[in-house]
Design a protein around this ligand. Structure first.
Ligand code: SF4
Length: 899
């Protein structure tokens, strides 16, 4: 628990900075600027387990990637110079154009204390309501759905419910990859107590591997499925009429509309594309099980009817009283580590602070508590509107803190161009470079994970401490300090005189309880008087915390909700199937999402070689029929084009996709790929209630990419110089870059002649002894650069579309000297005799490849436990367990068809 400066080897308990599961982490500084990482066995979110991303946290402390000093126009300056400049520019623009010309774009990565200060400065002192956050892209529809149903943005349940449920429904959530520790918890319950898992998702994912029922419904048809369930419950007399009568309003109108729009099973089948048997199985399982948790995530939230989807799910729980009881409830799984904390302090444009809105009385409470001279009068612009206002010139100044909107926003190309128009643009960041920072005039170095100190709140309303254990890089500072210093320069120093994060936390907690006689559920006033030592030692707590001794696992357990009547509201959900219509020009629908081992725009996880060993290139998943229609084979290059942008990525042809749909991950940026910023392709249609963009269904066209030669370049020293799309006169159709141990890997494709390829080889191999094998008849070029017996670079080019380095070739770079046999083997394009190639990596923790796992299955392993014993795969973080299960099934089917 002790506070560390990186000079002591005492283990510090902190929290993972990636997803909303909010796992506890033990970090033990290694005295070399890094730390040994393990799961915190006492943290109730994870009880000691960490997924692949969390396990690799100790490998993300890369000093060379950090922004170390404040910069103006790219030149290092002192903090005083930078802060004076920010304050004077904000004052000038406020004076000239009014406060609403200033906007803040924040992040679910920020600590609650940082978020609180940003929101207070903007909404209370500068007087701009234009404060929004990347959480708008993540869970704004859940917020809106909670407020409609419960009167407040409250997740009713807790993680224990997943252990106690008879049925867990996962809706629009690849939980196995995006919330891996919760997925493992659900799978444990499945194993131990027979919990049934239902996965509702248009595509089959790793999550499907652990599901008892997979419902691959049509994209956007969730409301129909859930309205149909409400009708089924009513028609089969499975409602909790007493609960409905005492604790809810609006049941009749919700049921009437559901009956009108969804009605019979056959109508639900028509709208959802599911078979009547599938629908009946789902309804029977859901309604016959007393304890049901329905978890939902981005597939629900990121849609133009996202809020309606949320309410259609909540309606069914209200109708059966399956809410706020052990093993029951609707459950929003937040994407980001502190999306919930941001909501607590009012980080969204449509919230004020401490879960208050903009009514006269709420504004008055906040104004008096802050002694705010310029409290805003109403809601500000939500993310997409905000960047449109930047484009139109209405917003002149933008301060981005801890996020990368040039990659992640819908229409990211247009948004990047809009940011270039700003009169003033500041970015507070940890990394030295990302797509957003390139256009920023002022760059402010912020503390990174391990350096900062404060709190985060996870998906189950649990507040945990992030604690510092490293010395800050360069002259970086905490975000709250940077904001407070600007406030001071703007003349409001007295209201921002915080000495440490504990001061801010106490103020935040006090505001939550200020004139709160129970009407606001978010209340942590019980923590408002913790002293510095108690704040430092704070154990994970679930709000509300109205007394220091008591927190709350399940909200609304007494059946009283936060509406004026105290009753929850059914919402009549009208829209059955509401998605963009594909057309002749763009006949496909593009769905976007995340992969197992990367986080957001890879500015941290992209630094870790083993996290790139499972998937190292941007890709698109395509149904075989769609791929065949445009002559795309598995492993070839594919172009996805929408009204807003174009991407070129690898094709993965799989029947896990529904025909007519595409799936592409969001992680790649211009730093590591030629043209794979998927945000640039996404349309900016939003949910009318929540303002959350629809990132799941952009009309798109798919086509094959012509290229004559394909290659990869492994280099110990410099990356392949491919920042443009041409190299040595050759047209480079595609490239992407990933970290591997002690080297980098660039894969690429060339439109041009074999002579172009030889020119590329001559140009990039570097100084040293160059070895090469060139065969222009077969179009094969293999080359290496050797220095003092060490292979420092390897280049392969051929006409094979799926040319990839073997694991053996990658592992060459983990050693400094190589034998003559190894050099010959490189040029021969095969592993030396005796060397075993384990194939592409599946288990990143133990670096176990496909071939080795398949061998264990062929040798008789029939379960993940047996595979683990044989080769260690799946025995650490467990993130690969769904893939191991799939491999057991497919290998058995291939090798032992009679079994
Ligand atoms: Fe971090 Fe993984 Fe836990 Fe999410 S599930 S908080 S990424 S360790």
């Amino acid at each position: 628990m002790a506070e560390q400066s990186g000079t002591s080897k005492i283990t510090v308990r902190t929290t993972c900075p990636y997803c909303g599961v909010g796992c506890g982490v033990n970090a033990k500084p290694d005295m070399r600027g890094g730390a040994e990482i393990s799961g915190d066995g006492d943290h109730p979110a994870n009880f000691g387990r960490l997924c692949s991303k969390g396990s690799a946290l100790g490998e993300t402390f890369e000093p060379s990637s950090r922004l170390l000093h404040p910069q103006i126009d790219g030149a290092n300056v002192s903090w005083d110079t930078a802060l004076d400049h920010v304050a004077s520019e904000l004052a000038r623009i406020r004076e000239t154009h009014g406060p609403e010309a200033i906007a803040f774009y924040l992040s679910g990565q920020l600590l609650t204390e940082d978020y609180y200060v940003a929101n207070k400065l903007a909404k209370g002192f500068i007087g701009t309501p234009n404060v929004d956050t990347n959480s708008r892209l993540c869970m704004a529809s859940s917020v809106a759905g909670h407020k409609r149903a419960f009167g407040a943005d409250v997740v009713p349940g807790c993680y224990e419910d997943l252990d106690q449920a008879d049925v867990v429904v996962l809706v629009g959530s690849n939980t196995a990859w995006c919330h891996p520790i919760l997925y493992q918890r659900i799978q444990k319950a499945r194993q131990n107590r027979g919990t049934k898992v239902i996965n509702i998702d248009p595509r089959r994912t790793a999550t499907s591997e652990g599901a008892d029922l997979q419902l691959s419904l049509l994209s956007g048809s969730d409301t129909c499925l859930w309205n149909g369930l409400l009708v089924w419950l009513a028609d089969h007399h499975l409602l909790d009429l007493e609960y409905i009568a005492i604790h809810t309003d609006g049941y009749e109108s919700a049921l009437a509309l559901a009956r009108e729009r969804a009605g019979t099973i056959s109508r639900v089948a028509l709208h959802t594309g599911l078979t009547p048997e599938e629908i009946r199985s789902f309804y029977q399982l859901w309604s016959s099980s007393e304890r049901v948790v329905s978890c939902y995530s981005q597939g629900v939230n990121q849609a133009i009817q996202g809020t309606d989807k949320v309410n259609a799910i909540i309606n069914c729980h209200l109708a059966t009283g399956r809410i706020s009881k052990p093993g029951c409830g609707p459950f929003s799984l937040t994407g980001q580590p502190n999306a919930m904390g941001g909501r607590e302090v009012g980080g969204l444009a449509n919230m004020l602070a401490a879960h208050m809105g903009f009514s006269h009385s709420e504004r008055d409470i906040v104004r008096r508590f802050w002694n705010a001279p310029n409290l805003v009068t109403g809601e500000g612009l939500k993310a997409v509107e905000m960047f449109d206002a930047i484009d139109s010139g209405k917003i002149k100044a933008l301060w981005v803190i801890g996020t990368n909107p040039a990659v992640s926003l819908p229409r990211a190309d247009a948004m990047r161009a809009a940011m270039a128009k700003l009169e003033f643009f500041a970015v507070s960041e940890v990394v030295a470079s990302n797509d957003t920072m390139r256009a920023a005039k002022v760059r402010l170095p912020a503390h990174g994970w391990g350096e900062k100190d404060g709190t985060v709140t996870n998906s189950e309303r649990r507040i945990s401490r992030q604690r510092k254990f490293l010395k800050p890089a360069g002259s970086s500072q905490p975000d709250w300090w940077i904001l407070s210093q600007v406030a001071k320069r703007l003349g409001w120093g007295g209201s921002f005189a915080y000495r440490k994060p504990g001061d801010i936390f106490r103020e935040h907690a006090a505001l939550s309880g200020f004139e709160n006689s129970g009407q606001r559920v978010f209340n942590i006033a019980g923590l408002a008087s913790v002293n510095d030592a108690a704040y430092d030692a704070l154990e994970p707590r679930q709000w509300p915390v109205t007394s220091i001794d008591r927190d709350t696992d399940r909200a609304f357990a007494d059946g009283r909700f936060a509406t004026p009547s105290g009753r929850a509201r059914f919402i009549a959900v009208a829209r059955m199937l509401d998605r963009p219509v594909s057309n002749d020009d763009r006949p496909m629908l593009l769905n976007t999402g995340r992969i197992r081992d990367q986080w957001h725009t890879m500015t941290r996880t992209g630094l870790v070689p083993r996290l790139a060993s499972h998937i190292s290139e941007p890709f698109v998943e395509i149904h075989p029929v769609d791929a065949a229609a445009v002559n795309i084979e598995d492993g070839a290059l594919a172009q996805i084009a929408t009204q807003h942008g174009v991407a070129i990525v690898r094709a993965r042809v799989t029947d896990a996709m529904a025909p007519g749909t595409l799936f592409a991950p969001i992680h790649w940026s211009d730093d590591n790929s030629s043209q794979a910023r998927i945000g640039a392709l996404v349309h900016s249609a939003v949910d009318a209630i929540s303002g959350q963009p629809d990132l799941k269904a952009t009309p798109a066209r798919l086509s094959a990419v012509e290229a004559n030669y394909f290659g990869f370049f492994l280099t110990r020293t410099n990356s392949m110089p491919l920042d443009s799309m041409s190299l040595e006169g050759a047209d480079v159709a595609y490239w992407s870059r990933a970290a591997i141990a002690n080297a980098s890997l660039t894969t690429f494709a060339v439109k041009g002649s074999f002579t172009d390829c030889t020119r590329i080889a001559d140009a990039i191999l570097g100084a040293g002894q160059q070895l090469s094998l060139v065969d222009d008849k077969t179009g094969i070029l293999r080359a290496a650069c050797v220095n003092d017996g060490s292979i420092d670079a390897v280049l392969f080019i051929s006409t094979a579309k799926d040319l990839q380095p073997t694991q053996w070739l990658k592992e060459l770079f983990s050693r400094q000297t190589h034998t003559e046999a190894e050099r010959r083997a490189v040029l021969a394009g095969r592993s030396p005799e005796g060397a075993v190639d384990h194939g592409p990596i599946v288990c990143v923790c133990h670096q176990v490849g496909v071939n080795r796992i398949v061998k264990t299955i062929s040798d008789g392993c029939r379960s993940t436990d047996e595979i683990g014993k044989a080769c260690a795969a799946g025995t650490n973080c467990g993130s690969c367990l769904p893939e191991l299960n799939r491999m057991i099934l497919s290998t058995k089917a291939r090798l032992f068809p009679a079994l």
